[in-house]
Each structure stands twice: as C-alpha cells, then as structure tokens.
Design a protein around this ligand. Structure first.
Ligand code: TRP
Length: 326
C-alpha cells in the first residue's frame, strides 16, 4: 500500500461545474493528486437527499461531472475517481456511525438549519437529509485521510465528522484519524452580475461552455458601474470583471490593466477582450480533454476507480465491524 498521505473529497452531481468550483476546490484536487493518495468521488447518494422527488438529472450530471473533472486535469492514473453508490460500504459505515450520532448534533448543524429555511421548493423533512452529515462522515472516515479538500461552506460538516470519529474511537478504540479541512486560499470568483456564482442565478461561466456563449455573456456584463465612458477613470477594486483577471491573467497583465483602467487609457471593451483571450487559452485544453471522453470512457474510469475504492473500503469495514462487536 502507498506510503503517501491520504485525502478524500466528493461533489454532488447537481449541475455543471463553473469557474468558482474550479478555482475554489477542483484546482486544489488537481494539485493534491500529485503528492497524495487521493480518492475523489461523485456523491450521487448525497444528491438524492435533496433531489429524491425528481432524480431525473442525476445520471446525466454524473457523467458530466467526471468529464469536467478529467477535462480540468484530474488524472485517473494518479487518483481514484469513483461513484459513491458503487461502493456500498459507504452506506454500511453510515449506518454504523448513525448508531453513535446523537440526533441533536444533526439538528443543530448550521448548514442543515440554513438549508431547511432557505430552500422552499423542496421538502427537506426527510430522514436522509437530516442524516446527510453522517453519510458524509462515512465517505470521509472510510479512507482514514489526514485532510479533506473542501470549500468553506463544508466546515460544519467537517466538524461533525471529527466529533463522530472521536466518539467512535472513544467507545470502541482507535480506528479513525480526525481529518482536517484543507481550504484553498480564498479565490474571489463572483458571478457575472456580482452576486455569488450559481447555476440558479444564470450568472456563471461553466467549464463545459463554449467560448462563443461566454463571449455573449461577458459582453453584456457590468464592469465598474460608475465608469460610464472610456474617458472616465475606473476602479478595478469595484469592477465585476477584474477578479477574473486576478484568476486568469498574469501578474504583469494585472498591473497593466490596473494602470490602464485607473488612468482611463484602457477601456472596458479591450479589457474584456483580453479576458476572453486568456479564458480561451485556459478552456481550450480543458475542452479538448473533455471531448475525448465518451460515455464508455467515463464508465470505464468509474468502474476502475470503484474497484480500487472498494478494496480500500473493505479493509476499513472489516476493522469497523470488529470494533463494534459484530
Ligand atoms: N457535502 C459536499 C458538498 O456539498 C459533498 C460531499 C459529500 C463531500 N461527501 C463528501 C465532500 C465527503 C467531501 C468529503 O459539496
């Protein structure tokens, strides 16, 4: 077995990935596969916890998610890419962990309370949604990782995962490490309208999207709202576009833009053109890799990854059952 440190993470297949996903989490995964034994999975059971009433999109989204991942640079030769529901051990561990998880821990989870309040078009009173963090703890602890690369929004779940691990170890003897969240230094990536980038706001730039489609969106986007004419000096720090230059343009280009914008020598149209040029250079290889993956290739990646994940999971389950007296 590999001596490298281990890591695991997952994403719910609820829609196409956008630049915010890439710079917030995926880039971190792509980095990690070089130096850790990394397990990355499509959390299809987690998608069902909220989309159980209409699961029609899930299967399609799973394939698209694997394409986005591999297109962006995850390499099935370097990391294990699999589908959660292909490794039934996750369900078994989730069941075992549910025995030692007080319901009060789940009910006071901030993410749970927030989503219950904010999401009005779905009934989230189901047991599966309440137990979301137990399943997530099982996903994680199964691979006994030191760290989990996730976004900031997942911190309450990570805390619960550590509490569950601690309780298990206390009751039955040490088995699980207490994994830390591995956050990416915050990449500011607002939507094209300045709000949070989100599929439901229609303000995102998706990894799978054609440059032509993106060009139309970018053409219509606001930059610095106070800059009405090119002869007005602009302020990159309130501009909706500038954060993208921070992500995609070289430091020299960024300095150049700042100088040109604040001195009114660079107009927003040219600034957008430079952005589209750099975005195209970023997306082209991604689209090329993505395009090479047909359904059969995706199925093959998931089958091979599932097998490796199950191998690991079987060993953890043998130890967990033994410790719990089964
Ligand atoms: N809750 C995560 C999200 O919404 C997805 C997820 C499920 C996950 N299981 C996990 C992430 C295990 C990391 C580790 O993005």
């Amino acid at each position: 077995m590999s001596e490298k440190p281990r890591t695991v993470s997952g994403m719910r297949p609820t829609g196409p990935l956008h630049l915010g996903h890439y710079f917030g989490v995926l880039r971190n995964w792509i980095d990690l596969q070089e130096r850790e034994q990394a397990f990355f999975f499509v959390a299809d059971w987690h998608a069902l916890t909220s989309d159980y009433a209409d699961p029609s999109g899930i299967r399609h989204n799973i394939g698209e998610m694997v394409r986005d991942w591999v297109g962006a640079g995850l390499d099935p030769q370097k990391c294990v890419i699999f589908r959660q529901s292909d490794v039934k051990e996750h369900a078994e561990l989730s069941l075992l962990l549910s025995m030692i998880t007080p319901v009060s821990w789940l009910e006071r989870n901030p993410t749970y309370k927030e989503q219950q309040q904010q999401i009005s078009n779905k009934d989230l009173g189901n047991a599966g949604f309440l137990c979301y963090p137990v399943l997530m703890a099982a996903d994680i602890l199964m691979y006994r990782p030191h760290g989990v690369p996730v976004g900031e929004d997942q911190l309450p779940h990570m805390e619960l995962t550590r509490e569950i691990a601690r309780r298990f170890n206390y009751l039955y003897g040490d088995l699980f490490p207490e994994p830390q969240a591995m956050l990416t230094p915050a990449a500011k990536c607002p939507g094209l309208d300045g709000r949070k980038m989100s599929k439901s706001y229609g303000n995102g730039i998706f990894l799978s999207e054609s440059v032509d489609a993106i060009r139309d969106k970018v053409r219509g986007m606001f930059t610095d709202k106070a800059r009405l004419r090119k002869s007005d000096p602009g302020d990159p720090d309130v501009c909706n576009l500038f954060p993208y230059h921070v992500l995609l343009s070289s430091p020299e280009e960024q300095a150049e833009i700042r100088r040109g914008c604040t001195s009114a020598s660079l107009g927003c149209v040219d600034c957008k053109k430079l952005f589209l040029k750099n975005l195209t250079a970023f997306l082209e290889p991604l689209h090329e890799r993505r395009g090479r993956l047909d359904d059969a290739a995706v199925a093959e990646i998931l089958a091979a990854g599932g097998e490796k994940a199950r191998d690991f999971a079987r060993a953890t389950m043998a130890a967990a059952r033994e410790k719990m007296g089964l």
